[in-house]
Design a protein around this ligand. Structure first.
Ligand code: ADP
Ligand code: ZN
Ligand code: ZN
Length: 815
């Protein structure tokens, strides 16, 4: 009697594969265990057992497995079901879901690169002979491939040995990141030792008699020292009115000395973290959510920015874990800051686990095991979208904060899933509840809430009765006409910044483009330098004096002559964050301006470093892209300026208006705290545009009604489901032919509207031309059949020899 297992491989393959096992293995193996299997020529992969059976495969001879890797299932049946749903709904292969769901050290394969860990101490751990051999080899060379380990150990099955070494922290996989972010230390100031004595002090004052501001700063320092009776931080001194520049010159002169101390913990404002109480409004929302959960599995918490949604989440989490349930707290990657983690760990202690790509493989594996075991150490899992793939054993609640964020949708590679939607399906299978939170809910979400599919709870007030920010529109057309502009700043914007800084508050400026200017133009012949590999103009970077492509990274030195006509009369057009930062430096030379965009946050913790410095008030003005809009809390921001609202409005995308609204309301939400009302200045050529007006009056409902009307008219979600097929190829003609063929056959086969084939706004990236086809499926129509027909059509497409090299990707519910 033969014995077989059905397994999934971490590869983009549609089906499962059959391997043969012996009777003992058959008895031992269970669904969700991993096995090492040979596949293709000489390759070994870590496969996952789906089922056991006794039917030999018809088309091939089943190979034997190499080795069983687990003593117990690492993946639950419910997870496999969910992965299968993802594969079928998002039209990808189960192998692709398996591959992206598991931490990579669970997926050792023959191609994996293994390296030694510098912090591993061989004296502390006992190594078996095999393990020692590998350890020794890694002292001589920096990395080994699995195949090399096979020849060193002279045995076929090396994955178990490697797995043990990973568990002992003796080796790591090359792609992993080991470094973890430590919260920044706080900068303090003291007087240099030599000035401590009374007599030197008068000498010092004498010394500073002609530097009025520095003299004042020293006085202020003494005053603070007398009243506070503790170490004086740079932040305290700047709050008292001394500028960062003055402090710096005192340090340079050797009068002040700076030193650093670690901040123990981020504290909740005005209360200690253990015992805050909800405000009456928060309490009411909290009760309403619980009532809503008795009838609806999904509830939307629509609370304006700073309404204190996080505190409501905390109380809710507390109730779920008190009953022994697990809670998953999903956030957009970028909002997952150290601050939030610290805030939650301060509250829930060791019961919180964090799961996202910045954590090392070891940490992710550990969290996986804890979640699987239902351990006390991972009752609350905070994570970005991939935390959805963890092996929850008893999940009670999923919170999805900033649910409108488009980064919840994975773009590349497959599975191109939407974490919010996939979480709702998961919760349904596990009988857990879902709370969606946002100040600016996605149109689809609000539609579901207003049609009774989801419960709905609203908070219209900010916590602590802070007033909503006041929005002031600045008409750029008028300002330019009356010559009231300095660079890209209107006189009103400059005055507002100056006043805010004068009052000791900080400023945030939002500009949705990075670089100095998005293109350079020849004033003689009109030529604009383009990327040779992409259909885009090159962005000018002044500081680096270079032109750079934002799509492929191609860059060249800034040309002095036009490439076409050799004229030297070149001009930059448009503006980005770098230009704004430079203009600020000349408008406010004594202030510290900083920039936060993809260019300045590249390092592993670049983003958090800037956030920390801004929180510690070492930065007066922060200029940034949409990164600024992601649920950050700063307690000293007096105003927010939006440099140009128009480039958000005119994007060729049916979500452009919704996004522009969300972005502006979210950035505006960073302004204002307890004491004074925050102000938001918006520069625009279209002050009367509906979206701008809706932002000004904070009228979400008006925005929603208008957008939903448009969506209905033009056949978009939530009324139609979209599936976008993208074709890419280096040969323009071949691509054009193939796209037309696919379009024609789809139109005949699927009986729903098919649009295209279209050349997208940017029709070539990295030398590949692009065409898209959009399929619109009416709401209420079952999707299964349409998807089957699409799949069938794609198989016949791939069967046409000249189309085979065309790369095709499918995106269901594209964002
Ligand atoms: P949002 O709704 O934008 O997520 P947060 O939950 O971050 O708002 O709350 C905004 C601010 O108000 C935070 O600084 C938070 O610490 C404070 N806050 C909210 N609720 C309370 C409370 N019940 N007690 C003390 N501070 C609170
Ligand atoms: Zn020219
Ligand atoms: Zn390019």
């Amino acid at each position: 009697m033969p014995f077989f297992i059905e397994v999934v491989l971490p590869l983009a393959l549609a089906k499962s594969f059959t391997y043969s096992v012996n009777e003992a293995e058959y008895a031992f193996l269970q669904t969700g265990m991993r096995v090492a299997v040979p596949f293709g020529r000489n390759k070994i992969y870590t496969a996952l057992v789906l089922t056991k059976h006794q039917t030999p495969p018809q088309l091939y001879e089943a190979k034997d497995i190499h080795q069983i890797l687990d003593d117990y299932p690492l993946v639950t049946q419910k997870q496999i079901d969910h992965w299968q749903w993802i594969a079928s709904y998002y039209m990808c292969n189960i192998g692709e879901v398996y591959k992206s769901a598991m931490p990579s050290s669970f997926l050792l394969e023959s191609e994996t690169i293994i390296s030694s860990r510098p912090d591993f101490n061989v004296q502390d751990e006992e190594l078996s002979d095999d393990e020692y051999l590998i350890y020794e080899a890694l002292q001589k060379q920096s990395a080994l491939k699995v195949q090399e380990v096979v020849s060193i150990l002279n045995k076929k099955t090396v994955l178990p040995v490697l797995n043990r070494m990973i568990a002992k922290n003796a080796v790591s996989l090359q792609e992993e990141i080991n470094e973890k972010y430590k919260p920044k230390t706080i900068r303090y100031i003291r007087l240099q030792e030599e000035f401590m004595q009374q007599e030197q002090l008068s000498e010092l004052m004498e010394l500073l008699s002609r530097a009025q501001k520095q003299r004042e700063a020293v006085m202020q320092f003494f005053q603070l020292q007398a009243t506070e009776k503790k170490a004086i931080s740079v932040k305290m001194l700047t709050e008292a009115g001394t500028t960062a520049a003055v402090i710096k010159s005192l340090i340079d002169k050797g009068i002040f000395e700076e030193y650093h101390l670690e901040e123990d913990r981020v504290q909740f404002e005005g209360s200690n973290e253990a015992g805050f109480a909800l405000s009456p409004k928060q309490q009411q929302a909290f009760e309403e959510i619980k009532t809503s959960f008795t009838q609806k599995d999904v509830t939307l918490l629509h609370g304006v920015t700073s309404s204190g949604k996080t505190e409501i989440y905390i109380k809710l989490i507390e109730e779920y874990i008190a009953t022994g349930k697990q809670v998953l707290y999903l956030l957009p990657e970028i909002a997952l800051t150290t601050q939030l983690v610290v805030r939650l760990t301060a509250y829930f202690g060791n019961e919180v686990a964090v799961f996202h790509s910045k954590y090392t493989n070891n940490e992710r594996v550990e969290t996986w095991q804890q979640v699987l075991a239902g351990s006390e150490k991972a009752k609350v899992v905070i994570g970005a979208r991939s935390a959805l793939f963890l092996p929850f054993s008893d999940l009670g609640l999923i919170i999805i904060d900033e649910e409108h964020e488009q980064t919840f949708k994975q773009v590349d590679p497959a599975p191109r899933y939407h974490a919010r939607d996939a979480a709702i399906v998961l919760a349904n299978a596990l009988q857990a509840k879902v709370l969606l939170g946002s100040a600016t809910p996605g149109i689809e979400t609000y539609y579901n809430a207003s049609h009774g599919k989801y419960g709905y709870v609203e908070i219209r007030e900010r916590f602590g009765n802070v007033m909503p920010p006041e929005i002031i529109l600045i008409d750029l057309k008028d300002k330019y006409k009356r010559k009231r502009m300095t660079g890209h700043f209107s006189d009103e914007m400059i005055d507002a910044i100056a006043e805010t800084l004068y009052n000791g508050k900080q400023v945030i400026l939002f500009q949705n483009r990075r670089g100095f200017s998005p293109w350079v133009e020849c004033m003689t012949c009109g030529h604009v330098p383009q990327c040779p590999q992409c259909d885009v103009s090159l962005t000018y970077y002044k500081y680096k004096n270079a032109l750079r492509c934002h799509y492929c990274g191609y860059n060249i030195a800034n040309p002095t002559n036009c490439h076409k006509c050799h004229s030297t009369d070149l001009n930059t057009k448009g503006f980005g964050t770098e230009q704004i930062e430079l203009e600020l430096k000349s408008l406010f030379p004594n202030k510290n301006s900083w920039r936060m965009d993809q260019d300045t946050t590249r390092g592993k913790h670049g983003y958090e470093k800037i956030i920390d410095s801004f929180k510690n008030r070492e930065i007066d003005i922060l200029v940034g892209t949409q990164m600024l809009a992601k649920g950050l809390h700063f307690d000293n921001v007096g105003m927010v300026g939006i440099m140009n609202a128009d480039n958000m409005l005119y994007q060729p995308d049916f979500r452009a208006f919704e996004r522009a609204y969300q972005m502006m309301v979210q950035v505006a939400g960073r302004a204002g705290r307890k004491d004074v009302r925050g102000k938001v200045y918006i520069q625009t050529y279209n002050p009367l545009h509906n979206i701008i007006q809706q932002v000004t009056t904070n009228d979400y409902t008006a925005m929603y009604k208008e957008q939903v009307y448009e969506r209905h008219n033009f056949k978009y979600p939530p009324f139609y489901r979209l599936i976008r097929i993208t074709l890419r190829h280096k040969d323009y003609e071949k691509l054009k032919d193939s796209a037309l063929w696919l379009y024609n056959v789809l139109t005949q086969n699927i009986g729903v509207p098919v649009l295209g084939p279209e050349e997208p706004g940017i029709n070539r990236i990295r030398n590949e031309y692009i065409r898209t086809i959009m399929i619109k499926i009416p709401g209420g129509m079952p999707l299964g059949n349409t998807k089957k027909n699409i799949e069938r059509t794609l198989s016949s497409f791939e069967a046409v020899p000249q189309y085979r090299p065309v790369r095709v990707t499918i995106n269901v519910d594209p964002y």
